[in-house]
Design a protein. Structure first.
Length: 468
């Protein structure tokens, strides 16, 4: 064969492959260039690194974020109450908690013979930083007023009762560790006027490691809590002051002991092929109405050293009805279809629709049928399948952030945003700039546009980007 022809053919093939690879990484869709400023924070600008959250309770919108205080921020912070004064010995306990966490991290570093790094961690951990958590509130007029600020490095958690009749602001400092069956209690402030004023509540027990905490009614709260013995279902009938607990594994998987013995015997025989196999249990919990919740649990076969993905052996549904003065009533349904996992930090309200994603699929919870309905799948990008990294669901539109492999990925992926106005039947791609993405708050109330924070002239503003 003619060597020149062979070389020419090879060059054409390489050029074609490279051309297709470049084509794959070209962003799809047009930028969201059209915008309008619809709000402004009347107070210090939030830090660019801050993880900002905006939640709606009735007519009030509450926005929380962080600020590393400089001298120029002092005047702005003075416009609103400094909530630290309400929490007993907050600064001292925050510093002790920071030092304790630093020592724990340094000890782990020392165990791996990184003496210099451990010393730097101890030195920096002992130096206090004035990081403040800010709470802004708006009523749809565009202006967000500073409602208060409180120190802390780890941010705030905002939990509301139905219609926002009571709001709880959970700080990052532990008030008391779990007393027997009671969960850990974190310093918490309460508001009965949609965030206009806050009062320290030393009786409420909220905070980590509780998961998926939600109020079914004004005084009835439920949550999941991981313990060494297994996941517990917590419920409180007095507004999260005292909690009762049930070990979920005993309720949902009464056959667990026998199954795990058989599994251990089988896993021991196969260990040489697959590594040390393990069993794991996943859990989710969602509100149904003012006295009922539903959740799912899945028993999974985990093979840490194998190429095969973890495999769900069985999924079970549990429905729980709560009644004051009585133990919760459980109804267990075995062998139901697989379900999406619940997002770890998602906030679910009782009367709102519930969506979850897994891989490329979008599911909606049918509360009446106690089942997950697949609504759509994410579209391909340049001929490659995608998976969903994040999603926002509004009345008039859905938005998803997707990732896809490409020929030149080397561990990086093509990121593409899509929106749909027909519940996933058709998807349209678009682009967000780094600034838009960094300040992204999600969809507006109607679902017709995305909201993003930006800094303009030393102020934090809210910009609205219509999706068409």
């Amino acid at each position: 064969m003619n060597i020149r022809l062979l070389a020419s053919g090879l060059a054409i093939a390489v050029a074609g492959v490279l051309g297709y690879a470049v084509y794959q990484i070209i962003p799809m869709g047009a930028p969201l260039a059209r915008s309008e400023v619809i709000g402004e924070l009347n107070g210090p600008a939030l830090a660019s690194y801050s993880r900002v959250s905006m939640q709606r309770f009735g007519e009030r919108q509450l926005l929380t974020g962080q600020l590393l205080v400089t001298p120029r921020d002092v005047e702005g912070l003075s416009r609103a109450p400094v909530l630290d004064t309400q929490v007993p010995a907050l600064m001292e306990r925050s510093q002790k908690q920071r030092e304790r966490l630093t020592r724990t991290g340094a000890a782990a570093v020392l165990a791996h013979d990184h003496d210099d790094l451990a010393m730097r961690m101890l030195q920096t951990g002992s130096a206090a930083t004035d990081t403040r958590n800010l709470i802004y509130g708006g009523r749809g007029t565009g202006a967000f007023e500073l409602l208060g600020s409180i120190s802390g490095d780890t941010g705030l958690t905002l939990i509301g009762t139905p219609q926002g009749k009571a709001l709880y602001l959970v700080t990052g400092t532990v008030r008391s560790t779990g007393d027997g069956d009671q969960p850990d209690a974190w310093d918490t402030l309460r508001s009965d006027d949609l965030g206009a004023t806050w009062t320290y509540d030393p009786e409420v027990t909220l905070g980590a490691p509780q998961q998926h905490t939600v109020f079914l009614a004004q005084d009835l709260a439920v949550a999941l809590e991981p313990r060494e013995a297994g996941m517990r279902l917590l419920h409180s009938c007095d507004g999260a002051r005292r909690w009762s607990a049930a070990l979920l594994k005993e309720q949902v998987w009464p056959d667990a002991a026998a199954f795990e013995r058989g599994f251990a015997e089988t896993a021991g025989k196969e260990r040489g092929l697959y590594g040390e196999e393990q069993l794991a249990y996943g859990w989710s919990l969602y509100p149904l109405d003012e006295k009922r919740a539903v959740g799912w649990s899945w028993r999974t076969r985990v093979r840490p050293d194998a190429q095969e993905k973890d495999r769900v052996i069985e999924t079970r549904r549990f429905e729980v009805e709560f009644q004051e003065g009585a133990s919760p009533a459980f109804r267990i349904t075995p062998a139901v279809p697989p379900v999406p996992a619940q997002k770890p930090h998602a906030r679910v309200a009782r009367d709102q629709p519930v969506f979850e994603t897994t891989g490329d699929a979008i599911y909606e919870l049918d509360k009446a049928g106690r089942a997950w309905i697949e609504r759509s799948v994410s579209p391909e990008v340049r001929g490659m399948p995608t998976w969903i990294g994040d999603a926002w669901f509004g009345r008039n539109a859905w938005v998803i952030k997707t990732y896809a492999d490409h020929m030149l990925s080397f561990g990086e992926y093509t990121k593409t945003y899509f929106y749909t106005r027909d519940q996933g039947k058709t998807w349209l791609p678009f682009q967000l700039s780094h600034e838009q993405e960094r300040g992204l708050l999600g969809l507006d109330l109607t679902g017709d546009a995305l909201l993003s924070l930006a800094e303009r002239g030393g102020k934090t503003v809210i910009q609205r980007y219509p999706l068409d």
